[in-house]
Design a protein around this ligand. Structure first.
Ligand SMILES: [Zn+2]
Length: 349
């Protein structure tokens, strides 16, 4: 399914070209994320059309050379980020490699970049020699395996980057798939208290957060988030993770909410707009503010093992569509088909 231009998904047949190295993945399922929705709508300036959308891929290795040490048939999740290892970003160990333009990443590269199949809404994905694969259990469904992607981000954002220690308290702003993943990861890492806030349209996601073990859920449409946290926790949380969708206010809430000396992880884009904030707050509260883009390999290693051992995650992929209905899958992920029971969305093959 080629995204020719924003909101124009059409079915094409691209040849599987012979490449000098790497391999091919037979895709089993691809999760649809908020970033995919933004690209589909044309709200991102870091992509080039036409492209094959989808960066939350699960599949089986169909062809692999010595650069990819996996046997044919191995089920894997594929990290979206490709890393050349020599550009400045790769050398500094951060995401967003610029070896290919606009970003060296699955689901972002245009189909004009050979061999064209760089996204999950297709039957096959080219496995670049620099792609990072993580084996995942054959005993879970392919759609559930797509949740490794948000789960890896949850671990990276709620545990790894803020160096969550056992007994610490975590507030998650935004109950989307990555917000729910932050709850799962923080609790698994020994957080003593986890709260989650969302909007009234997030009712079902907040209910799931509570089932997953969140100690407090807050409807930010009607409740004051800092007051609700103070009432329930009796103090300020050690860590606040902003996983909202295009909500500049959430950053102010996070900085206000966190305890002095605490950490705010900012994992949400603000619609490519400047946001003014009061920097003295960072100084007087002696805060650590971390920007987070995607999941680390450590996050992927943790998530691909965890997904098969935690039955509470079975409920998290609420909507499935065949490849030919990718357009409806994107509409569903965008909330355009309603918010009832919407958790996360996958296209399955
Ligand atoms: Zn690079």
């Amino acid at each position: 399914m080629l995204l020719v231009e924003p909101r124009q998904l059409t079915c094409h047949r691209l040849p599987i070209r012979t490449m000098p190295n790497g391999g091919w993945l037979a895709i089993e399922a691809t999760g649809i994320s908020g970033a995919d929705v933004q690209i589909w709508k044309g709200d991102r300036n870091d992509v080039l059309y036409p492209l094959v959308l989808g960066h939350q891929v699960v599949g089986r290795v169909a062809v692999a050379d010595e650069s990819l040490p996996f046997e044919v048939g191995t089920r894997v999740v594929v990290e979206p980020d490709l890393r050349c290892g020599v550009c400045r970003r790769c050398q500094n160990g951060i995401g967003g490699c610029r070896q290919r333009v606009p970003v060296n990443s699955y689901g972002r590269l245009p189909s004009t970049e050979p061999p064209g199949l760089w996204g999950g809404l297709a039957e096959y994905l080219y496995l670049d020699p620099s792609s990072v694969l993580h084996p995942v259990s054959d005993d879970i469904s392919a759609e559930l395996a797509t949740f490794v992607h948000p789960l890896a981000a949850g671990y990276t954002w709620a545990v790894e980057l803020p160096a969550l220690a056992e007994g610490q308290t975590v507030m998650v702003l935004g109950p989307g798939p990555r917000g729910l993943a932050c709850v799962i990861a923080a609790l698994a890492a020994g957080a003593s208290w986890v709260g989650v806030s969302g909007l009234d349209s997030d009712y079902d996601r907040l209910a799931v957060a509570q089932k997953l073990g969140a100690h407090l859920i807050i409807d930010a449409t009607t409740e004051d988030v800092p007051a609700a946290v103070a009432d329930h926790l009796g103090t300020r949380p050690d860590i606040v993770v902003d996983v909202t969708s295009d909500d500049p206010e959430a950053m102010f809430t996070a900085l206000d909410l966190v305890r002095s000396g605490g950490t705010v992880v900012l994992a949400s884009m603000k619609g490519n707009r400047p946001v003014q904030f009061f920097s003295d707050l960072l100084v007087t509260k002696q805060l650590t503010l971390r920007g987070a883009l995607g999941a680390t390999s450590a996050g992927y290693r943790w998530a691909s093992a965890q997904i098969a051992s935690d039955p509470s995650m079975d409920q998290l992929v609420s909507h499935q569509f065949p490849l030919t209905e990718s357009n409806r899958a994107l509409q569903a992920a965008a909330g355009m088909l309603g918010h009832d029971e919407l958790l996360s969305v996958a296209v399955t093959f």
